[in-house]
Design a protein around this ligand. Structure first.
Ligand code: ADP
Ligand code: ADP
Length: 230
């Protein structure tokens, strides 16, 4: 059953930079996809279109039954269903770890503080960072900060999780702790799309590896095929 469908999607930056070219892609519910390819090939733009951080200009893009258009309601709907994790964590430095979750704009005012804290602690436990709940992000390691960012995204119980180079800013010894959390998430059947050069995730859980070049999807493989055909 498809959850994301790109149908001849095209996007330009400015008038002439053609960043996505005729993208056709169907993602099935629960599928885990790794997107790789050279820097500048459009990987980040591709996933940012899924939660409308970027807009496509041609073609159709449907996410969990909602076609992405300029309709504000459609955008709100989609942002609730799609969590995103960035290379640079994007945590608020002046808020504690717990507050980074409970003061998320999607949550504020939607439930009593105590309930928000309870749900937030649940997610912090899931990424094994609950003991750090009252610290500030900069008191944590990069790997711990990224796990907080993952917990924050999970608070909204998204159906889809997008990752944009989630381990690229991390020291090698911290990559594994973030990958372990992602592998654990994968075991719960959430749809995941991860832009990464880190093949550990691809090897562990990906169903499909997509290779992009110059705004096009030029190859798609199972990880086994991908790693056997260098
Ligand atoms: P990748 O994730 O594969 O590195 P991106 O999707 O980030 O590729 O970017 C593709 C190309 O589009 C790059 O050359 C980048 O500089 C350019 N680009 C990205 N964002 C913008 C933007 N907001 N405005 C103009 N050009 C952009
Ligand atoms: P990364 O590959 O780490 O995403 P990029 O340089 O592609 O780094 O993009 C960093 C940010 O700057 C992104 O939000 C992207 O949309 C924006 N950006 C990238 N290139 C341009 C550009 N030429 N003009 C405007 N914004 C850009």
């Amino acid at each position: 059953e498809p959850i994301i469908t790109f149908n001849k999607v095209n996007k330009w930056y400015g008038n002439n930079y053609h960043v996505l070219r005729d993208i056709d892609l169907t993602v099935t519910k629960g599928e885990r996809i790794v997107v790789c390819g050279p820097s500048g090939s459009g990987k980040s733009t591709l996933i940012r279109c899924i939660n409308r951080l970027e807009e496509h200009q041609q073609g159709n893009l449907t996410v969990d039954g909602v076609e992405l258009t300029d309709d504000v309601k459609a955008i709100d709907d989609v942002r609730k269903k799609v969590g995103m994790v960035f290379q640079q964590f994007n945590l608020f430095p002046h808020l504690t770890v717990l507050e980074n979750l409970t003061l998320s704009p999607m949550w504020v005012g939607k439930m009593p503080k105590k309930d928000a804290e309870e749900k937030a602690m649940e997610q912090l436990k899931r990424v094994r960072i609950a003991e750090q709940a009252n610290k500030y992000p900069l008191q944590l390691s990069g790997g711990q900060q990224q796990r907080v960012a993952i917990a924050r995204a999970l608070c909204l119980k998204p159906k889809i999780m997008l990752f944009d180079e989630p381990t690229s800013a991390l020291d090698p010894e911290m990559i594994k702790e973030v990958l372990d959390v992602m592998v654990e998430m994968a075991s719960h059947g959430i749809t995941m799309i991860c832009v990464t050069h880190e093949m550990g995730f691809a090897k562990a859980v990906a169903d499909r590896v997509i290779f992009m070049d110059q705004g096009q999807i030029v190859e798609q493989n199972t990880p086994t095929e991908f790693f056997n055909n260098p």
